[in-house]
Design a binder for this molecule. Sequence first.
Ligand SMILES: Cc1cc2nc3c(=O)[nH]c(=O)nc-3n(C[C@H](O)[C@H](O)[C@H](O)COP(=O)(O)OP(=O)(O)OC[C@H]3O[C@@H](n4cnc5c(N)ncnc54)[C@H](O)[C@@H]3O)c2cc1C
Length: 573
Amino acid sequence: MVEVVRHDIVIVGGGGAGIRAAIAAVEADPKVTVALVSKVYPMRSHTVSAEGGAAAVVPGSDDSLDKHAYDTVKGSDFLADQDVVDYFVEQAPLELTRLEHWGCPWSRNDDGSVATRPFGGMQIPRTWYAADKVGFHMLHTLFQHCMRFDRIVRYDEYFVTKLLVDGGAVKGVAALDMREGKTRVVLGRAVILATGGAGKCFPFTTNGTIKTGDGMALAYRAGVGLKDMEFVQYHPTGLPGTGILITEASRGEGGYLINSEGERFLVTRDYGVGQKAELGPRDMISRAIMQEISAGRGIKGAYGEHVQLDLRHLGEAKIMKRLPFVRELSKTYAGVDPVHQPIPIRPVVHYMMGGVDTNVTGATDLPGLYAAGECASVSLNGANRLGSNSLTECLVFGARAAIEALKYARGTSEGNETALRRQGEEEMARIDALRGRKKGGERISQIRREMNLAMERGCGVYRDQASMQQTVAEVAQLKGRYADLALEDSSKVFNTEILTALELGNMLDVAETIAVAALARQESRGAHACRDYPTRNDQKFLHHLLVFFTPAGPRLEKKAVTITRFQPEERKY
Ligand SMILES: Cc1cc2nc3c(=O)[nH]c(=O)nc-3n(C[C@H](O)[C@H](O)[C@H](O)COP(=O)(O)OP(=O)(O)OC[C@H]3O[C@@H](n4cnc5c(N)ncnc54)[C@H](O)[C@@H]3O)c2cc1C
């Protein structure tokens, strides 16, 4: 029989958003107990690899909440919900200061004030940092702080495979305990998804192997809409071959981009970024690099063509103080020392603007289900996220979702344990049947590879209707083939084959929503650049797209954008 444990709130994900949510819940209520369920040990969540920084207005500086809000809305190409943006910018300084009180070692100016660096699309330096290992320090701070509370009960290396719904409301999850290979049921009166992004749908990404869109797929299958999925952020500066990120902080600290002729093309040519040059937003800079390469000004390398990021003029002392990790990564993974040589770079899939549709409180339309962090689309980022808003988003909306989930949980029942247990048992039977199943001839690696390539072809930096159409068809076909997957490993303890099979199933669902939404958005906005419709069309497309699961295939719906203070205008820097 399947084992059942019970808590008040279940949080899926131990990254920045999940741990912040857990702390917020136990601090708000002295009795509440929280299950923190994570498929990896929390410190291995992708948040740990964030490099450049977290955005917030520094109180008492020349900056203002209005400026941060305007930059975010403009960066989003006017697709962010402005009530969400207002809440975000107001809470951001409070969250980063709170993190400092918990021990986060923000870098300092000589006078002791908090140091900030410029980031793309921001009119003022407002990115707080701890050298170039920001995610590492933030996640450590959160993780260590959460250990103060024995009411946060961790379920490390538990892979959640299903949301359990009773009477139309989410009442817990079924999870595979990877150490023993057993499915267990973790019940709660509310569930918060904080499962991160889905970059691994693509072949070339900065994302860790674990970023497979699990939470998005769980919500989607439970009937919740995925929003803004067509907007996939390409970061301009990834190392060719590995996709390892060279942080935007390197441009914030003064790095240049140059083409094969040694020309600083963002200054000499018109790519719409104006005076901001290298500090333009990511969507525009990624397109500029692709155009340089198409115009024959790329540099040929072992992994295709690239351009270069030049830091040499910054000097060794500054590089070692502000960007030591960039130097280490460049030396180890590209064989160049940025003190003496430019770094080869090309655009790389980095971040999902889209995700589980929530309102400003983190609530989805399914009672009892909340989402926060990269897996959610609370509508802060719209069509293009500004670098360094995401880490702060995890804190602000992780905390908010927890408070709302707590309020909801107090007023709702625990659900019918027999019915929920039965669902857990069905899930256990499904997983057991999959383990080591010899039927069918399809390989995980083959389907994953084909999905990756289809996504790159149809949903790259530039898209066109014909290739998107083809990607939609290919992904649908791959989903059919997935049903015939053959698995070799029937062992129970740390059976990683079954995990990769489950992750692939999740990615196929998420990839399909990306391609379907991209095809439907017949305009160019933010990160969605469609060659057949090269301009933004506010008359027809100033709205979000939601994708819903149906047995017959994805169904699309429109959702209004909340516009309050900032009317859409041409996006030029
Ligand atoms: C290399 C890199 C550098 C970045 N740098 C910056 C930066 O400088 N500034 C910035 O603002 N943003 C940055 N970002 C983006 C930002 O780091 C992420 O968007 C953010 O950290 C996501 O946090 P999260 O809590 O939502 O998810 P994650 O940190 O990805 O955590 C997801 C959690 O969910 C768990 N999980 C997932 N699926 C399951 C499942 N099925 N069952 C159980 N648990 C599950 C995982 O175990 C994990 O604990 C960067 C991203 C990358 C990849």
